[in-house]
Design a binder for this molecule. Structure first.
Ligand SMILES: [Zn+2]
Ligand SMILES: [Zn+2]
Length: 260
């Protein structure tokens, strides 16, 4: 598979570049033809071997993807950008038969119901609250609650034609990962799509009808940690690990924001 290394230079946080960037090599994978994608999705579908540390590496990738969706300076050759609709042919957007996808664990939909998707993995790889400025503005909320899944854990049921994209780092509606994904009818944020992962928003998940169901099911999406807590608009006294910026690349803070 062809891969191309992209370099993200260090950049200080500013009013326009919300996240403090960290030197990193990002491997940009161009859109694959459908047949090739199936072979690569098979490897994602294998059970995750090894320890929590392997999981953590994958989650780091997701977090880095999630935050690079908000980055402002990916050194990308414009000729490499997605200019067609081939994204519809791969996860999570591609149409898959039930036997291909497997048993569904979670159902999610936007406010108007035009966009609906399903998840087959029972638990997210990780979940977090992000207090960065971009998340605050883009969600019009004190922080973003997201849960991380592989793209191949997700299948769109309907609404891929109703999607709208926003690339934070390019400030563009043109589809290019990482991107924010919205319903173009009701404007609900659907998910953030990164390179290999999607950050879904548990608010969209059907957590059942009764209060008991709701309480039990939402525990599945309970967060592991907070990031960008130094930019918080509200304090969250939940005793969860809190990082001033990106997790384990910044200072650990207590619930009141004091350095530990
Ligand atoms: Zn909608
Ligand atoms: Zn954020």
């Amino acid at each position: 598979m062809f891969r191309r290394a992209l370099y993200i230079p260090r950049q200080s946080a500013s009013l326009t570049g919300y996240h403090r960037l960290i030197p990193a090599i990002i491997f940009f994978t161009p859109p694959q033809p459908r047949r090739q994608f199936h072979s690569s999705s098979a490897q994602f579908n294998k059970p995750i071997k090894g320890t929590i540390y392997k999981m953590r590496d994958e989650v780091k990738d997701a977090v880095s993807s999630s935050n690079s969706h908000l980055d402002s300076s990916i050194a990308e050759d414009p000729s490499e950008r997605h200019i067609d609709e081939s994204w519809k042919l791969r996860a999570p957007y591609q149409i898959q038969k039930d036997e291909e996808f497997g048993p569904v664990k979670w159902e999610a939909m936007c406010h108007c119901g035009n966009v609906q998707y399903q998840i087959k993995r029972e638990r997210p790889l990780a979940a977090k609250y992000c207090h960065c400025r971009a998340c605050q503005v883009l969600h019009a909320a004190p922080f973003q609650w997201c849960a991380i899944f592989f793209k191949t854990d997700i299948r769109f049921k309907k609404g891929t034609d109703s999607l709208m994209f926003w690339s934070s780092h390019e400030k563009s509606k043109k589809y290019q990962v990482p991107t924010k994904v919205y319903c173009s009818n009701c404007n609900s944020p659907i998910m953030d799509e990164g390179r290999n992962m999607c950050l879904i928003f548990p608010e969209l998940i059907d957590l059942g009808k009764t209060e008991e169901e709701h309480l039990v099911r939402r525990k599945v999406f309970e967060i592991d940690h907070h990031i960008f807590y130094s930019r918080r608009l509200v304090e969250v006294h939940d005793g969860k690990p809190k990082w001033s910026e990106l997790d384990d690349k910044s200072n650990r803070l207590d619930d009141d924001g004091n350095k530990i």
